[in-house]
Design a protein around this ligand. Structure first.
Ligand code: NAD
Length: 257
């Protein structure tokens, strides 16, 4: 599968799943645009590393996905957009009656509304080219719920709905839109939840991973960023041209339970 000549924009890709997906798309030949809200030397260095490793064009564009105008500017500044991966996301864990409003607003903005803005600007570009792939990174929490993750679960269910609507509005135009639903992947987002969970349940790190995090993941193994990247590459392939408006779970069996 060669994605040579295609440009992929991956939001929230200076770490974790986004970076893993960017690497796999670059390995498949795509030019990549990395993004996050920071503008550090190390962010730009990641793009240089990918360019050198895979022989593709790679650059980093700073844009804050909590701001609609910056989401739109990211796509415009990239200058091309054949593949759009809406991946930026944050988490906050708290009961609904204590959930801080600013955290709710930030999660909805970054995990859901950003994809509306980027998709709105990307679609005319893809329609003009007669080809496009939109891959939204939802979650097992786009299909099921857990307590204390109200904003995240709402945003992830929302992005599954947005993916279906985008698919219907682009059907037959050479464009597909799907949502990948990962189970637990050991990234900084998940690492950040471990200390609080250790305190809450009086458990050590290993117990939190096995008894709390992977409790609902029947394989008892984390999914990896490379596996998520491989799934994204598949969705960009010709074999996936008729796969649109659906979800692909990469969750070790979580949603089969
Ligand atoms: P991560 O913290 O490693 O990555 C999140 C990325 O989003 C980072 O690059 C971060 O810089 C970026 N980001 C955060 N706020 C941003 C903003 N305002 N503007 C631009 N970029 C911003 O976490 P991850 O686990 O790699 O998460 C990536 C996606 O995968 C998220 O949407 C998350 O919900 C989803 N996901 C993760 C898991 C998991 O177990 N790790 C499971 C299911 C879904």
């Amino acid at each position: 599968m060669s994605l040579k000549g295609k440009t992929a924009i991956i939001t929230g890709s200076n770490s974790g799943i986004g970076l893993g997906i960017a690497r796999e798309l670059a390995k498949a030949g795509a030019d990549v645009v990395l993004n996050s809200f920071t503008d550090r030397d190390e962010d730009h260095a990641l793009a240089r590393e990918i360019a050198a490793e895979y022989g593709v064009a790679a650059r980093y564009i700073q844009a804050d996905m909590s701001k609609g105008d910056q989401c739109r500017a990211l796509i415009e500044q990239a200058g091309a957009c054949d593949i759009l991966v809406n991946n930026a996301g944050i988490q906050h864990v708290c009961p609904i009656d204590e959930f801080p409003t600013d955290k709710w607003d930030a999660i909805i903005a970054i995990n859901l509304t950003s994809a509306f803005h980027t998709t709105a600007v990307a679609l005319p570009v893809m329609r003009k080219a007669g080809w496009g792939r939109i891959v939204n990174i939802a979650s097992a929490h786009g299909l099921t719920a857990s307590p204390y993750k109200s904003a995240y679960v709402a945003a992830k269910h929302g992005i599954v709905g947005l993916s279906k609507t985008t698919a219907l509005e682009t059907a037959g135009q050479g464009i597909t839109c799907n949502a990948i639903c990962p189970g637990y992947v050991l990234t900084p987002l998940v690492e950040a939840q471990i200390p609080d969970t250790m305190k809450k349940y009086d458990m050590d790190r290993d117990e939190v991973i096995k008894k709390v995090m992977l409790e609902r993941q029947p394989s008892k193994e984390f999914a990896t960023v490379e596996q998520l990247g491989g799934t994204a590459v598949f969705l960009c392939s010709d074999a996936a041209a008729q796969i649109t408006g659906t979800t692909i779970s990469v969750d070790g069996g979580w949603t089969a339970l």
